[in-house]
Design a protein around this ligand. Structure first.
Ligand code: IMP
Length: 204
């Protein structure tokens, strides 16, 4: 059975990825199953750049412990707000300050949006993933969910920017949706379902 290393250090992302791949016939491991590996710097300009950078980095560093045949999967994700020129974008996890609370980040986003009341509040979450083995790029995919920045933060589910992401088909923010409802329509679910289909097609 193929061994797949999900190379994320973000526990919220990992939880969603495990849920999506639960029915895929692979042995899933994460970085916490391996000796500690220092995190690479995310210097890419796009989500796909960063996903690729992390996949090759962890593929190289994890192979001694995880085995040369391990398929290493890394992802990069974040929130794009059109009226903010695409911010927080690839800097979503570090927006404002690396240790800022999400309440502080929401305040900053609302402050900047208030300065441009005529701009649409459209936004999207994007997830890019890359699967690699050694120096070989095996598979790439992206997933997106389109929505709007809500008038005010709402809901206590999900994580990160979910309370300010209003999803029109549900008439609620993603933090007001259940985990199952979110995974069905959101960026990470879309991208990792494509990975699951690809892994299944490999006859793993
Ligand atoms: P990464 O770990 O570098 O990919 O950073 C992802 C960051 O984007 C997270 O720390 C969140 O701030 C944000 N983000 C990504 N996906 C979601 C989501 O599904 N809900 C809310 N925030 C998200």
């Amino acid at each position: 059975m193929t061994r797949v290393l999900i190379a994320t250090t973000n526990p919220d992302n990992l939880r969603e990825i495990r849920d999506v791949l639960a029915d895929t016939r692979v042995e899933l491991i994460s970085l916490s199953d391996l000796p500690p590996i220092a995190e690479p710097e995310e210097t890419g300009q796009t989500f796909q750049d960063n996903a690729r950078l992390k996949a090759f980095y962890y593929a190289g560093h994890a192979a001694p412990a995880a085995g040369p045949q391990v398929v290493t999967v890394a992802e990069d994700s974040g929130l794009i707000v059109d009226a903010l020129g695409g911010e927080p974008g690839v800097r979503s996890a570090r927006f404002l300050r690396p240790d800022a609370t999400y309440a502080e980040r929401f305040d900053e986003i609302y402050r900047r949006l208030a300065a441009q009341p005529d701009r649409p509040r459209t936004a999207r979450f994007v997830c890019a993933l890359t699967a690699a083995r050694g120096n070989d790029l095996l598979f790439e995919a992206t997933g997106t969910i389109e929505g709007q920045i809500s008038d005010t933060p709402r809901g206590s589910g999900g994580f990160g920017y979910d309370p300010i992401f209003f999803y029109p088909p549900y008439g609620r923010t993603l933090a007001e949706a259940t985990d199952v409802e979110k995974l069905r329509v959101a960026h990470r679910g879309h991208a990792f379902r494509k990975l699951g289909e690809w892994l299944s097609a490999q006859g793993t």
